[in-house]
Design a protein around this ligand. Structure first.
Ligand code: VGL
Ligand code: ZN
Length: 208
């Protein structure tokens, strides 16, 4: 596969210390992908980053719900919402972009999940699957047509970003070796089924 430097973008999801080993919502091997991510980013003219960015008392924190524990699912007004340990609190070091990232040419840092009452896994739509983040408009105005997506976590924010990106008309490819899952029961199998149903290819960055 050949990168088109005019119309392709690399979209990197939530590469933040809170999702890495030692963090409150650690993804196994989350830090191992950083060298691959840095090497990939050097090969793209257009690199866009997302940053999970929650206020105190965010609806996705189990600590915001008395009697609830991490990884339980509640019914939020907009549908089911998995509860997580407190993570990516705005302006904390754990919410920063990981210091080992070497992407000085990144063109956009898109923050998401910044409203207390609604979570946002996807870089395109918040978890009501209606409220746009503005990313689709940004990509269209810049004539960026094809997305290569990688990062954390494969089965949550990478998953929903890829599904929404494809549904919104962008050609979408997931870089599997440059992503890692949280791995809740069935979450990876469901992600792979959803990608297959949406005709989203999963490739290795070595195929680029
Ligand atoms: C994520 C859970 C909560 C992710 C973000 O980046 O996949 N997962 N917030
Ligand atoms: Zn989050």
């Amino acid at each position: 596969m050949t990168i088109n430097q005019q119309t392709d973008a690399l979209l990197l999801i939530d590469l933040q210390p809170d999702f890495m080993p030692g963090g409150p919502l650690a993804v196994a091997g989350g830090d191992e992908i950083l060298p691959t991510i840095n090497a990939l980013a050097r090969r793209f003219d257009h690199v866009l980053l997302t940053q999970d960015w929650h206020p105190p008392q965010h609806i996705s924190f189990s600590s915001s719900h008395p009697q609830r524990k991490p990884y339980e699912v509640i019914q939020a007004p907009y549908g089911p919402q998995t509860l997580w340990p407190d993570h990516c609190l705005q302006h904390t070091p754990g919410a920063a972009l990981h210091p080992a990232l070497e992407i000085p040419h990144a063109e956009l840092i898109l923050r998401k999940g910044f409203r207390r009452e609604i979570d946002s896994y996807s870089a395109f739509l918040e978890n009501d699957h209606i409220t746009p983040t503005g990313l689709a408009g940004y990509l269209r105005e810049r004539n960026l047509k094809r997305l290569f997506i990688a990062g954390l976590a494969y089965d949550f924010c990478v998953r929903f970003s890829a599904i929404d990106g494809k549904a919104l008309g962008f050609e979408t490819i997931v870089l599997e070796d440059a992503s890692r899952p949280v791995n809740l029961p069935n979450s990876v199998a469901e992600t792979n089924t959803a990608f297959a149903a949406a005709a989203i290819p999963r490739i290795s960055s070595s195929a680029l």
